[in-house]
Ligand binder design. Structure first.
Ligand code: SAM
Length: 261
């Protein structure tokens, strides 16, 4: 059976081309968003699709009560292990499309690393926003980062997009990225296929394959979706971790800021 790159948390970060300092910059920007848009102090935060919660770890270190949810047992195990001496960060295994938590309400929630677009169905997006909304205080903020996808062509046949080699210590990874076709009436913009051939120093070879649906969400679509959930209103769209860059100047991705109504 083929495996998933999410079973290898340290490798997945490099494959996703995370740059040094990126997580810290994102966490700093989220703090700035909270200061700008939330009157009350932020003390409790929810990291949705947390993986091993690199952002949550930073907030927990600053003393915020932080909770992460993810469906991957491997990611959660990595998060629990890495944060075993950090009482401010706790994890739950949940599917984010519809979930509840035995927790008091949160001041802020976030979903990072381009995960929102994997929700393909209208019903999943609405039940997701309602699940998050029920866990937030009124006036609480939900920050979501979304990549621009306008360079991606619709394909009619499975086609290779990029190939690259990545090194993680002594581990070598051959990465192939492909696009798979979608039907014209699908909500998806594309299906991104990520194939990794991982070669460990002991010559073991592991092949992973992940199919990641991509539903393209632009700022007006997010604004409409937030309102349709009956629980949120979109109050800002910030490009490239900046309050001053315009959407026209956006280089790679943008932050949706939703407020719990
Ligand atoms: C790109 S990773 C991001 C992890 C983390 N937020 C970060 O920035 O490193 C996406 C995460 O979403 C989780 N995920 C994907 N679909 C999910 C779902 N339906 N419910 C819960 N978690 C999901 C995966 O297990 C994975 O850990």
């Amino acid at each position: 059976m083929e495996r998933s790159i999410y079973e290898f948390p340290a490798i997945f970060r490099r494959v996703h081309m995370e740059r040094p300092g990126e997580i810290e910059a994102e966490a700093t920007f989220m703090r700035a968003i909270w200061e700008r848009h939330r009157k009350a102090p932020v003390r409790r935060v929810l990291d949705i699709a947390c993986g091993n919660s690199p952002h949550g770890r930073l907030f927990a270190r600053e003393g915020l009560a932080t909770v992460g949810v993810d469906r991957s047992p491997v990611m959660l195990a990595a998060g629990r292990y890495e944060n075993r001496s950090q009482p401010n960060l706790r994890f739950y295994r949940r599917n984010f499309e519809r979930f509840t938590l035995p927790e008091p309400p949160f001041d802020a929630a976030f979903m990072m690393s381009e995960t929102f677009p994997v929700m393909a169905n209208n019903s999943a997006i609405i039940s997701h926003l309602q699940s998050v909304g029920r866990l937030l205080k009124k006036g609480g903020l939900y920050c979501i980062d979304i990549d621009r996808h306008d360079g991606i062509k619709l394909v009619t046949r499975r086609s290779v997009w990029r190939r690259r080699q990545v090194r993680v210590g002594r581990v070598r990874v051959g990465v192939r990225e492909l696009h798979r076709p979608v039907t014209w009436h699908s909500a998806l913009h594309s299906i991104y296929e990520l194939e990794c051939t991982i070669r460990f120093p002991d010559h073991t070879k592991v092949l992973t394959r992940d199919l990641i649906p991509v539903r393209y969400t632009t700022p007006p679509v997010m604004a409409l979706t937030a309102t349709a959930s009956g629980m949120f209103r979109m109050i800002a769209a910030y490009p490239d971790l900046s309050f001053t860059t315009t959407l026209d100047e956006c280089w790679g991705r943008w932050f949706a800021v939703l407020v719990r109504t």
